[in-house]
Design a protein around this ligand. Structure first.
Ligand code: SAM
Length: 236
């Protein structure tokens, strides 16, 4: 048998603070961002998730829907190799891949069933807002975590950078609700240094922007420190 096709449909959609791909952590569990999975269509029924609260973590299979139109190549340049060395796409977690399927383990915070909408509150996800969820499965430690596994080029967590806030950004942060939580989220996201891999080893005098929730965060990398310049509300 050398060909097989299967039609899949979203069972829900992920709501996250990440309104664009730039700035999203490269793997789950690196930033404590909170989000929701809103079950959709025929799947928006509590029967589908009955008993799920017994698990602390879930596997999400999802579509890299923002990249589907760009297709895939057999070899890619992963950030872990500095963005210039090529290896096979199946030897990476590239977001441009055959069938465009991603998988992330996330923390299940709670189950919500209100106003005829079943939602799972989750945290630690690495997904852009609106990501279609194709399947949800319990994380089973005895078989999913393999102590002696070799993670190849991705054995260790990515290195983090220090993050500082200008006094202007500090003052602006104070005007938002939950500013302590917001500051921690911005710090965790930017500590990953979202810049392309080939830029990360040196500071550059470019200003960057990421959007979290309805906020626009302007930042730059000075020496080896990430500096948050401004935190402003995105114009509607
Ligand atoms: N943990 C998943 C995996 O291993 O399949 C995803 C890893 S991938 C490197 C994580 C990146 O996917 C994020 O940093 C973000 O840039 C990108 N991403 C997240 N949601 C996406 C979406 N819906 N479409 C395309 N890219 C997405």
């Amino acid at each position: 048998m050398n060909s097989f096709t299967q039609q899949v449909e979203a069972v829900g959609f992920c709501r996250t603070p990440f309104k664009q791909k730039f700035g999203i952590p490269r793997q789950p569990g690196l930033v404590e961002a909170k989000g929701f999975i809103e079950l959709s269509g025929q799947y928006n029924h509590s029967d589908f998730i009955e008993g799920i609260e017994q698990y602390s973590h879930l596997w999400l299979l999802f579509s890299f829907h923002e990249n589907l139109a760009h297709g895939f190549k057999a070899k890619v340049r992963p950030p872990r190799l500095g963005g210039n060395e090529k290896i096979g796409v199946f030897a990476t977690r590239s977001t441009f891949r055959p069938n465009g399927i991603g998988q992330s383990v996330v923390k299940l915070e709670r189950v919500i069933n209100e106003n005829n909408q079943v939602k799972l509150e989750i945290s630690g996800m690495d997904l852009v807002d609106g990501t279609p969820i194709l399947d949800i499965k319990p994380y089973i430690p005895y078989s999913d975590s393999i102590k002696e596994a070799n993670g190849g080029m991705a054995q260790e967590e990515p290195e983090l950078k220090d993050v500082e806030f200008t006094s202007k950004a500090e003052t602006q942060l104070q005007t938002f609700d939950d500013h302590a939580k917001l500051k921690k989220l911005i710090q965790q996201v930017l500590a990953q240094d979202p810049r392309p891999a080939y830029k990360q080893s040196k500071p550059d005098n470019k200003n960057y922007f990421i959007s979290l929730y309805d906020l626009n965060i302007q930042w730059c990398c000075v020496t080896s420190i990430i500096k948050v310049i401004e935190v402003t509300r995105l114009l509607k």
